[in-house]
Design a protein around this ligand. Structure first.
Ligand code: HEM
Length: 244
């Protein structure tokens, strides 16, 4: 790939969407392998990297972080500049974030299959992958915020709020929920750890997946129905209510 390709408008958005489709195939294949063991628990006997406890997290992490979050980011990186009537501030920075995320999603099956996992549901990635994911979140946040500063549109449509907000709070929610100050375990002990873990588990659904999906829907639905949003105020009440 020539260097100029990394500067092409919308190339990062496309990369996230295409990679998301690939993660969907790999992730649901892992889902199939996992479900086979419900019917026939002995099916993969003596194949260590296919035991249930190793392929279940490979399925869950690949579909969530690779497919669901990846494609929602791809959509957002496309519609945020459109709504702000500008271009993504830096396509190469977006690519950097994309490559970091790709390495993280790949690290899931690559490490879990050999028993390297932090063993906390939805927070299984090992510390170095957590660090790379945090780097990907921060670079994407910088790219989105700089795009916001370069905007030509005076109105901030609610989808932009959702997209940028997601990366703002993920940069705090992810390291806290993954207890990143304990690199070896990625965990606290006992009851305290369940508070940290499910602070993260619920925020993954409520403060990462939900705002990305709602932001995308509030862009796509008016677009395909060719009708403006019923109420901008109501959409902002929805945004602040979610945060509160
Ligand atoms: C869009 C595609 C998919 C997504 C987003 C997805 C997501 C998830 C999530 C979040 C879990 C964890 C649920 C929990 O912990 O309660 C899970 C578990 C699971 N999924 Fe999927 N999944 C998808 C497709 C599939 C497919 C196609 C299959 C099978 C062919 C499958 C089989 C399984 C199995 C067997 C489990 C483990 C259930 C358990 O341990 O009780 N998934 N999936």
């Amino acid at each position: 790939m020539r260097l100029a390709s990394f500067r092409r408008p919308n190339s990062v958005a496309l990369a996230f969407l295409v990679a998301g489709a690939a993660w969907f195939v790999l992730g649901t294949l892992y889902g199939l392998l996992t479900s086979i063991q419900f019917i026939s628990p002995e099916f993969f006997n003596n194949i260590p990297w296919l035991v249930f406890s190793r392929i279940r997290p490979s399925h869950v992490n690949t579909v969530i972080y690779g497919f669901v979050v990846g494609t929602l980011i791809g959509g957002g990186i496309y519609y945020v500049p459109v709504l702000l009537r500008t271009r993504l501030w830096s396509e190469p920075l977006g690519w950097f974030s994309f490559l970091l995320r790709t390495a993280v999603v790949l690290s899931g099956p690559a490490t879990f299959s050999f028993g390297h996992s932090q063993g906390r549901e939805y927070a299984e990635y090992i510390w170095i992958a957590d660090l790379a994911l945090l780097g990907a979140v921060l670079t994407l946040l910088l790219d989105a915020v700089m795009t916001l500063f370069n905007r030509q549109s005076s109105i901030l449509y609610v989808s932009t709020w959702y997209f940028i907000g997601t990366f703002l709070w993920t940069s705090a929610v992810y390291p806290i929920g993954n207890v990143m100050w304990h690199p070896a375990t990625g965990a606290e002990t006992g009851l305290l750890d369940s508070i940290f873990l499910w602070f993260y588990g619920h925020d993954l659904v409520g403060l990462i997946l939900t705002p990305l999906a709602v932001g995308g829907a509030l862009y796509v639905v008016p677009y395909i129905t060719n009708t403006p949003l019923y109420s901008h105020t109501l959409s902002l009440i929805g945004f602040w209510t979610l945060i509160i």
